[in-house]
Design a protein around this ligand. Structure first.
Ligand code: ATP
Length: 283
């Protein structure tokens, strides 16, 4: 990437934060270590990252570099060994309904139908709503992911992509202010993936772009299309943030059109270089 574009990216990243939307997720000096039979394994070390309210940030990096660990720390399912995560102004001590998460392994309850998987979540979180309102929310979200006809099936009767869509519908239905997506579209075919991107952005727009979204992905095009910034991680152990690449492309974005935009192409090149500069054909 030429220096001028790099400078523009940095300036634009700074602009976003200066314009100041308040910080919604503040990761401070975060280190996470696991006890393993072979000793202590430090997955991520001294991570600092601020995500503004309404920002969409993607995290990319090689397999095993600690992306899910970082997401789990934000969701409260993994405790920091050092440092802290502050979300919605509070130190994260555990999971909470303000932070919805979609995992790569769906995490659906196998004994409940598709419909009930979503209803149970809505029912437990949206205590102020009437039953009729809750039923409408479940229906709207199941229709959004094109699974209304499959509402009575059990998760075991669904394909991987369908299970993933149920998990996405469930996270959307709860309407958390922070949405954590851990490879949410990984199991989907290209067409379904494309329509889920649009649904995700629709949801974000509906909420006046106030929802903060952090997403793990292996898909560079997806990261650029959806995000305001892309966080590239180094390999572990003791993984750190390698670089944060700003995505100063106007919204709404048109997938076909931006692919020819020189800014998009530079960002794409930069991300490819960051991810693959250690590899060559000989490898
Ligand atoms: N509970 C755990 N106990 C021990 N080690 C763990 C635990 N959870 C994660 N790790 C290790 O921490 C490192 C980071 O794992 P993590 O799942 O965060 O990686 P990732 O970047 O999300 O990988 P992928 O892209 O393959 O999903 C890996 O080496 C993993 O083996």
């Amino acid at each position: 990437m030429n220096t001028q574009i790099q400078t523009t990216l940095v300036d634009s990243a700074n602009e976003f934060h200066k314009l100041s939307r308040q910080t919604n997720i503040d990761i401070r000096d975060l280190t996470i270590s696991f006890k393993t039979p072979k000793g202590v394994y430090t997955a991520v070390k001294d991570i600092n990252l601020q995500v503004a309210k309404g920002e969409i940030v993607s995290i990319i990096g090689h397999s095993g570099c600690g992306k899910s660990t970082l997401m789990n720390a934000i969701s409260g399912m993994v405790k920091p060994s050092k440092g802290e995560v502050i979300a919605n102004g509070k130190v994260v001590k555990g999971p909470g309904p303000d932070r919805g998460i979609v995992f790569q392994n769906y995490s659906l309850l196998p004994w409940l139908s598709v419909y009930k998987n979503i209803f149970e979540a809505v029912d437990s979180v949206m205590t102020g709503k009437t039953r009729a309102e809750k039923l409408t929310i479940v229906e709207d979200n199941l229709k959004m992911v094109n699974l209304w006809e499959h509402k009575d099936k059990l998760p075991g009767q669904l394909s991987g992509g369908m299970k993933q869509r149920v998990a996405i519908a469930r996270a959307f239905a709860i309407n958390p202010s922070i949405l954590l997506l851990d490879e949410p579209f990984g199991a989907l075919d290209a067409l379904t993936k494309g329509s889920m991107h649009i649904e995700l952005l629709k949801l974000w727009n509906l909420d006046n772009r106030n929802k903060t979204i952090v997403m793990v992905t292996h898909d560079i095009e997806e990261a650029i299309f959806l995000s305001d910034r892309v966080v590239v991680m180094n390999n572990g152990p003791e993984a750190t943030i390698r670089e944060i690449v700003d995505v100063p492309l106007d919204r709404p974005r048109n997938k076909k059109a931006i692919a020819h935009d020189p800014v998009y192409m530079d960002i794409h090149d930069r991300l490819l270089n960051l991810l693959f500069d250690k590899f060559s054909i000989e490898d």
